[in-house]
Design a binder for this molecule. Structure first.
Ligand code: PGA
Length: 243
């Protein structure tokens, strides 16, 4: 894996935003995989600014978000869909039907997961997948477990993941859904290029486990070791010494 360490999270966000804009300029119909969470917020703000400055056209870009809560409608303010509207889509003009999202309120959630796999495949697969990482080593909602499901699937959320999301629900843990829909690790690993972002000391242990530990379902991020084109973009807090 390539490892890039930045002094400040803002520098990291700026560097990745430039890389994304360059990728769109080189390939206007780029297919992006996108995360939610606190970590990518600076990146999304930076993308809004750079898009404006460079007049980059996002109209042919397609996006697929990693995950969504079960039970929330894409119009719910707490949904990841609405997070993306606020954080990114308000600042860059992605054509609405080019935005790929899991529907946590679909009547048949298994069919919804299958639909998502088909949608990613018919877009030609994901060119650039941007990931965050949970303190427990999760990727998307692929939580540590005795076994992982390869494809997009329904999953029970770990207590620490629900706690990390409470801020979206006015800090009220009881309102955080207990289940999510998520791309599987195989879905993610089929992406051509992967960039993982991690900032802050609270991510350092997960980075060590991912880089230095065995490939194990107890650390879903460790499966990224199998991919030929992964770049880790870290700030000093999350930095760890690779083997
Ligand atoms: P965070 O979430 O960016 O809010 O830390 C990352 C994740 O859980 O994947």
């Amino acid at each position: 894996m390539n490892i890039l360490v930045f002094d400040q999270a803002g520098q990291l966000a700026g560097a990745l935003a430039r890389r994304v804009i360059e990728a769109i300029l080189a390939r206007p119909d780029l297919v992006l995989g996108l995360p939610t969470g606190r970590t990518p917020q600076l990146l999304y703000a930076e993308l809004g600014t750079l898009t404006c400055e460079t007049r980059t056209d996002w109209s042919a870009v397609r996006t697929f978000n990693l995950d969504e809560f079960v039970g929330l409608d894409g119009r719910d303010p707490e949904s990841y869909r609405q997070y993306m509207e606020r954080q990114l889509f308000a600042g860059v003009r992605v054509t609405p039907h080019h935005v790929g999202f899991l529907d946590g309120k679909a009547s048949d959630l298994e069919e919804e997961c299958d639909r998502y796999e088909r949608a990613i495949a018919s877009a030609g697969g994901i060119d650039l997948m941007i990931l965050g990482i949970g303190v427990n080593g999760h990727i998307g909602f692929n939580e540590p477990a005795p076994g992982l499901q390869a494809r997009t699937h329904r999953v029970a959320l770990c207590p620490e993941t629900r706690a990390a999301n409470a801020a979206l629900f006015d800090g009220d843990l009881s309102r955080v859904p207990t289940e999510g829909l998520s791309m599987g690790m195989a879905t993610i690993l089929r992406s051509r290029t992967i960039v993982l972002l991690a900032t802050g000391e609270e991510k350092a242990a997960a980075m060590t486990a991912m880089l230095e530990g065995p490939i194990t379902t107890a650390v879903p991020a460790s499966f990224l070791q199998l991919h030929p084109d992964v770049t880790l973009m870290l700030d000093r807090g999350a930095r760890t010494s690779p083997r």
